[in-house]
Design a protein around this ligand. Structure first.
Ligand code: FAD
Length: 469
């Protein structure tokens, strides 16, 4: 045990590697331990088998869809569109490799020691690392646990990697099936529905709750449903999967319909998109006094766990399980260790984005949450059907809805579906950080023609001064 570190980070996903870099920038001697698990590696799930490859495939899907369905109308007549999914996967892997190499470079540049192997707490101030090249122990004043999450499924729907798969396999499919059932219509489910529909697969999306993207404003789910239906995606909401006969060919999936009746659906492939569970096993948590809550590591607003000198960040430390949340927590934990933290972690202003087409994005309170919190609420909704920039992009499905406090006009939240809304959410996030009002949003002359104007128009609508409606 020769090294003594100020910080050892276990896990090099967007939470861990960002935290390690920030700690090193602050002059702390830092190591980052990464096991290179099935879904991980430098950059974690996000860069290897999550956010980035999924978005790369969504861009290929958008091109495929637009050429096929809008090309002729837009003046680019495709002679014959030929799908090449392996080529799209290859491109996504090239982007992934570039970014993970970038993480390695950044860690090195900041003098973070990269330690390959599986890390665990081995007593106060000690981290054990097991690896094929030999086990070792690191001495450290602080540990940051950033071990992320893995796909989950439920009994009867265990992944076999071929006919019943998860996101990891879906991102690397070599051959496309004729029919695919996607179980779960959260962001991951709807993004894959978008991709595989665009590449010609017959997609059925099955969701147990009332709407697609059920954690969003219900109107967003309904709008997405209509848009997906137009594209030929079959949406079964309020529908539960009951059992799967995977010996049959094609497989037979029994679903329970909203009225309680059952239907047998034939499918060639089942993609499970029913969420992820935190990686807490074999970390020595119990023995070292690190408490869990609902399966996640319990943390306070500085990301401290119940054990002295042990922090936890990212997916392993609870909802919302998003890359930008993990990175933000990582910076706070590192700065807290260095004694320079400026503000604690808060979760009320975290953007949530689904990159399907049309995109879905929200931040802050819904109308119901704002009312429940005691606000007298005013809302403004601006449909994109006649919005200049949306029409030029051949993508006029959707709306922007802004929620504000009636008394002073403070912006409380925004809920959007439409072309490129992933980029619009930052404006409202910043407005909320600065406690901006509707008046302040509309006092800025938004560029024309832009999707950002839709935020301004929604704010105008909330003020009762809509121009383009
Ligand atoms: P992870 O990224 O899971 O990284 C944890 C790392 O720790 C892994 O590399 C693992 O190998 C390593 N590790 C685990 N145990 C050990 C150990 N004992 N020792 C050493 N190393 C260990 N989020 C978004 O914000 N936007 C998106 O668009 C988005 N799209 C997604 C699409 C898909 C298909 C999926 C599956 C997820 C998506 N997510 C998205 C979620 C995002 O990937 C996660 O929230 C994010 O990766 C969590 O970061 P993390 O650092 O906490 O954990």
């Amino acid at each position: 045990m020769s090294e003594t570190y100020d910080v050892v980070v276990i896990g090099a996903g967007p939470a861990g590697y960002v935290s390690a870099i920030r700690a090193a920038q602050l002059g702390l001697r830092t190591a980052c331990v990464e096991s290179g698990s099935y879904e991980g590696g430098l950059g974690g799930t996000c860069l290897n088998w999550g956010c980035i490859p999924a978005k790369a495939l969504l861009e290929s899907a958008a091109l495929a869809h637009n050429l096929q369905h809008h090309g002729a109308r837009m003046g680019v007549k495709p002679i014959q569109v030929e799908y090449d999914f392996p080529a799209a996967v290859k491109r996504s892997r090239i982007i992934t490799r570039k970014l993970t190499a970038g993480v390695k470079y950044l860690l090195g540049k900041n003098k973070v020691d990269i330690v390959e192997g599986r890390g665990r707490l081995a007593g106060p101030g000690r981290v054990a690392v097991d690896s094929d090249s030999g086990d070792r122990e690191l001495a450290t004043r602080n540990v940051i646990l950033a071990t992320g999450s893995v796909m989950k499924t439920f009994p009867g729907f265990e992944l076999d990697g071929e006919r019943v798969i998860g996101s990891r396999e879906a991102l690397g499919l070599k051959e496309l099936p004729g029919r695919m059932a996607i179980v779960g219509a959260g962001f991951v489910g709807v993004e894959f529905a978008d991709v595989f529909n665009a590449f010609g697969v017959e997609v059925t999306l099955i969701e147990a709750l009332d709407t697609l993207v059920p954690l969003e404003d219900p109107e967003i789910g309904k709008t997405l449903e209509r848009s997906f239906r137009k594209r030929g995606i079959r949406n079964l909401v309020n529908t539960r999967v009951k059992q799967l006969d995977r010996d049959a060919s094609p497989m037979v999936l029994t679903v329970v319909n909203p009225d309680g009746s059952e239907t047998a659906e034939e499918t060639d492939l089942v993609l499970m998109a029913v969420g992820r569970r935190p990686v807490t096993d074999h970390l020595g948590l119990d023995e070292n006094g690190v408490a869990l809550e609902d399966g996640f590591i319990r943390i306070d607003e500085w990301c401290r766990t119940s054990a002295e000198g042990v922090y936890a960040i990212g997916d392993v430390a609870g909802q919302p399980m998003l890359a930008h949340v993990g990175s933000h927590e990582g910076i706070i934990a590192a700065e807290h260790i260095a004694g320079v933290a400026k503000h604690p972690m808060t979760y009320g202003n975290i953007p949530s984005v689904g990159y399907c087409h049309p995109e879905v994005a929200s931040i802050g309170m819904s109308q119901a949450q704002a009312e429940e919190a005691g606000h007298e609420v005013v809302t403004g909704k601006y449909p994109l059907g006649a919005h200049g920039r949306a029409l030029t992009a051949e993508s006029a499905d959707g709306f922007v809805k802004i929620v504000a406090d009636a008394k002073y006009g403070e912006v409380l939240g925004v809920h959007m579906i439409g072309h490129n809304v992933s980029e619009l959410v930052a404006e409202v996030g910043m407005a909320r950080e600065l406690e901006a009002t509707l008046d302040e949003i509309v006092s800025h002359a938004h560029a024309h023609p832009s999707m950002a104007e839709a935020v301004m128009e929604a704010a105008f609508a909330a003020l009762g001064r809509a121009i383009h409606m």
